[in-house]
Design a protein around this ligand. Structure first.
Ligand SMILES: [Zn+2]
Length: 420
C-alpha cells in the first residue's frame, strides 16, 4: 500500500479539489481511500506530496511501439512526395526490418517514456511483418516489466502478401486467447475483402473490436472508391467493423457527412492524432458530426499525452470546434473507452503526482486554463500504476532505464543498417 500525504487531490471528472491523504491499494482492482483511518495505513509506504497535485494518470488512445527506434535515423532512400510514399519509404521499410529483440527494446523504451510522462496505459497498434509471431507477447511482457497497462493488437494487412496476413491472424488469435486486446487492421487500402471479413469474424468470436487507420490521407478514400465503389467508412460499416463498442477508428480525417453519421450512429470510437497529421501533411481533424466518442493518441510520435492535448487544442482552433472543456474531455475519454468496455489496468489506483510551479493560483474553476497553458510532463514527479509506484522523483524505478536505453541504441543502429 502507498499513502500519499499532504497533497491536493484533483478529481479527474469533477475537477473538485480535496485536501486529503490518499491510501492506495495495489492490484488490478485496487481502490483508493481518501482520508483513511490511521490503523488502515499501518505498513503503507508514505510519500510526502506537500505542494503537489494528485490526479488520475493519463492514457494514450493510439500508439505505435514499432516507431520507437526511428528517432534520428537517416533519410529514406527516396524523399517521400506523399503519404503513401511516407509509408513505403519510411514506416514499412522500418517495420519490415524489425526483429524480436528490436521489438522488445522498442516496447521497453516506449513504456518508460509513457511512465515518465504520467501515462500508465497505452493502446498500441503494432506491425513487424517479418517478426509477427510472438510480437504482441513480447510487447506485453515489456510493458508489464515497466508497469504500464496495455491494450495491444497486430495490424493485419495484405500489403506483404497473404502468408504474412495469415500470420497476423494467428498472432492476434493466440494473443487474444490469453490477453485483453483488439484485432488490428492496417487501413482499408491494404486490406482486401477476405482479410476484412475474417478480421470482423475474429473480433466477434473474441468479443473484441477492430483497431484500424481510417481515411488518414485522401488516397485511402480514392483507393476505396476505385476498388470497392464506396467510401472507407461505408465499406467498414458494411463489413461490420462499426458494430463493436471496442472498435477504434484512427484519424478519420477525410470523411463525408454520410460517413460521419455512420460513425456517430455506431458504438465505435474515434482517436485523433493531431501532431502525426501535421507531420505527415495529410490534413486536419474535424470532429463535426462524429459524435462524442473521440479520444486522443500520439500515433507513435511520442508518449506525451499532455502534449497531444495541447496540439489538439491549438491546431483545432482553426479546423475544429474545440474549447478548453472539449480538449480535456477528449484527453480523458480514453478512460471511458477502457472502463465502458471492461478493460483492465486503468483503475482508480493509477495516479500521477504533479509538482507544478505556478505563479498564479490553481483552483477547481481555472484548472483547465492551467491544463492547457501550464501543466506539462516535466511536472510529473511520481507515477503510480495499479497501486504501485513506478516513477519516483521523475525516475523510473521498476527497470534500469540507463541500461535499457543503451541497449535500445545498439538495436537502433542494427535496425538502421538493415533498412539500407
Ligand atoms: Zn497509427
Amino acid at each position: 500500500m502507498l499513502l500519499l500525504k499532504n497533497g491536493t487531490f484533483v478529481h479527474w471528472q469533477t475537477l473538485e479539489f480535496l485536501q486529503k491523504d490518499i491510501l492506495i491499494q495495489e492490484g488490478k482492482d485496487g481502490k483508493i481511500v481518501l482520508d483513511p483511518s490511521p490503523q488502515d495505513t499501518i505498513g503503507a509506504k508514505v510519500i510526502d506530496c506537500t505542494g503537489g497535485f494528485i490526479t488520475k494518470s493519463f492514457a494514450c488512445g493510439h500508439h505505435h511501439v514499432y516507431s520507437a527506434l526511428a528517432r534520428g535515423m537517416g533519410a529514406p532512400r527516396k524523399n517521400p512526395d506523399n503519404f503513401n510514399e511516407i509509408l513505403q519509404y519510411i514506416w514499412w521499410a522500418l517495420d519490415k526490418s524489425l526483429n524480436t529483440d528490436m521489438i522488445r527494446y522498442s516496447a521497453l523504451a516506449t513504456a518508460i517514456a509513457c511512465a515518465k510522462n504520467g501515462v500508465t496505459f497505452a493502446i498500441d497498434h503494432h506491425a513487424s511483418p517479418f517478426a509477427v509471431k510472438g510480437s504482441l507477447e513480447t510487447i506485453a511482457e515489456a510493458f508489464d516489466e515497466v508497469g504500464v497497462g496495455h491494450l495491444l493488437c497486430y495490424e493485419i494487412s495484405d500489403r506483404d502478401g497473404m502468408v504474412i496476413a495469415r500470420q497476423g491472424f494467428e498472432e492476434s488469435e493466440s494473443f487474444l486467447m490469453k490477453n485483453q486486446g483488439l484485432v488490428g487492421l492496417h487501413a482499408s487500402f491494404t486490406v482486401g475483402n477476405d482479410t476484412l471479413n475474417q478480421a470482423v469474424k475474429l473480433a466477434g468470436q473474441m468479443e473484441s473490436g477492430i483497431h484500424v487507420h481510417v481515411a488518414e490521407a485522401t488516397s485511402d478514400q480514392d483507393h476505396c472508391l476505385a476498388t470497392y465503389g464506396k467510401r472507407v467508412i461505408e465499406r467498414f460499416a458494411d463489413a461490420g467493423v462499426l458494430q463493436f463498442p471496442k472498435t477504434i477508428l484512427g484519424h478519420c480525417l477525410h470523411l463525408s457527412e454520410h460517413e460521419r453519421g455512420l460513425v456517430a450512429g455506431s458504438p465505435a470510437w474515434v482517436v485523433q492524432n493531431m501532431e502525426s497529421n501535421l507531420n505527415n501533411s495529410v490534413g486536419f481533424f474535424n470532429s463535426k458530426g462524429l459524435g462524442n466518442r473521440i479520444m486522443l493518441g500520439t500515433d507513435g510520435m511520442h508518449s506525451d499525452m499532455l502534449r497531444s492535448a495541447k496540439s489538439a487544442f491549438f491546431t483545432g482552433h482553426n479546423f475544429d470546434t474545440i474549447d478548453y472543456t472539449e480538449t480535456y474531455r477528449r484527453f480523458r475519454n480514453v478512460h471511458n473507452y477502457l472502463y465502458d468496455n471492461n478493460f483492465q489496468g486503468d483503475d482508480e489506483n493509477n495516479l500521477v503526482v504533479l509538482e507544478y510551479d505556478t505563479p498564479t493560483p490553481l483552483t477547481s474553476t481555472n484548472f483547465l486554463g492551467h491544463f492547457l497553458f501550464g501543466i506539462e510532463s516535466r511536472h510529473v514527479k511520481h507515477v503510480i500504476s495499479k497501486g504501485k509506484l513506478i516513477v519516483e522523483d521523475g525516475e523510473i524505478i521498476t527497470v534500469n532505464e540507463r541500461k535499457i536505453l543503451e541497449e535500445a541504441g545498439k538495436q537502433a543502429l542494427t535496425l538502421w543498417e538493415r533498412m539500407k
